[in-house]
Design a protein around this ligand. Structure first.
Ligand code: ATP
Length: 258
């Protein structure tokens, strides 16, 4: 395995009864890459994510993360190893403040419970103080430090996405998987998120993401993996994928529209 390969997926398959949701999919992700997974509805993208992140067990195949076989590991164990994810639907705790949401993501790094002191700020323990500082650093990374003490559910959708991303970053991951990060965002919000993801990458983060928004995929992915009916039908740079005949046929309705 090449030294900077972070994630190696080999011959991965997952069936639900007679439905072969993913079949013999292999690919890798290098450190500091942004890799997109695309494909028509039902192609197997969500299943692939759920298998990689330990929500589903594969029917066969291997997943190696940082040189460790992770098949059968639970999401919290993967988080401890440095792999975390966001979901298609927002997973923000609306009745909590932004900073509290981010501190939830810190639990894999802390020895004690983060809410034990109930945020009695002047008297918080050293570890809790450090946790607060780390949470602020995560908010700073996504540019919403000024919203730390706002209730999450009063924020616009795009800001809530950033809260989610800050929480993912709080577990100090090496790899973040994003499931349709642009879904529901307006163009300004999408642009902001793209900016944040590129900034995080330039600071060393690696991303694997599923996305329907082709403009985003084409603008930020270093490499694109295309699934169709559970199989990988193509892999390459945005330029290669835009011209790939099988992709155009399967994914774009036989017309070059990228
Ligand atoms: N729990 C399940 N039980 C049975 N079949 C499933 C299950 N989850 C997914 N499938 C099937 O597996 C196939 C792949 O579904 P999946 O949701 O992974 O596709 P997708 O590419 O994420 O689609 P979309 O773009 O619509 O989200 C589909 O045929 C789907 O119906």
């Amino acid at each position: 395995m090449k030294e900077n390969v972070l994630l190696q997926v080999h011959q991965l398959s997952k069936s639900f009864g007679g439905v072969h949701a993913i079949q013999g999919v292999s690919f890798h992700v290098h450190a500091r890459e942004i890799v997109a997974v695309i494909g028509p509805n039902g192609a197997g993208k969500t299943t692939l994510f759920n298998v990689i992140t330990g929500i589903l067990r594969p029917t066969s195949g291997s997943i190696v993360f940082k040189g460790v076989s992770v098949v059968g590991k639970k999401p919290f164990q993967l988080a401890q190893l440095g792999m975390t994810r966001t979901f298609q639907n927002l997973q923000v705790f609306g009745n909590m403040t932004v900073i509290e949401n981010v501190m939830v993501g810190l639990h894999t790094r802390l020895k004690t419970g983060i809410f034990s002191a109930g945020f009695r700020l002047p008297r918080v323990s050293k570890e809790e103080k450090q946790a607060l500082e780390q949470a602020f650093a995560c908010l700073r990374q996504v540019g919403i430090e000024h919203l730390a003490f706002e209730k999450a559910d009063i924020l616009p959708y795009g800001m809530q996405r950033l809260v989610e991303l800050a929480r993912a970053a709080a577990s100090n991951p090496s790899l973040i998987l994003l499931d349709e990060p642009m879904a529901g965002l307006n163009p300004q919000e999408s642009n902001k998120l793209v900016e944040v993801l590129l900034e995080m990458r330039s600071n060393g983060m690696t991303f694997l993401f599923v996305e329907h928004d082709m403009e985003t995929v084409m603008s930020i992915a270093d490499r694109i993996i295309v699934l169709d009916y559970g199989k990988k039908i193509a892999e390459g740079s945005p330029e290669e994928i835009a011209q790939h005949p099988d992709v155009i046929k399967a994914y774009l309705g036989e017309e070059e529209v990228i």
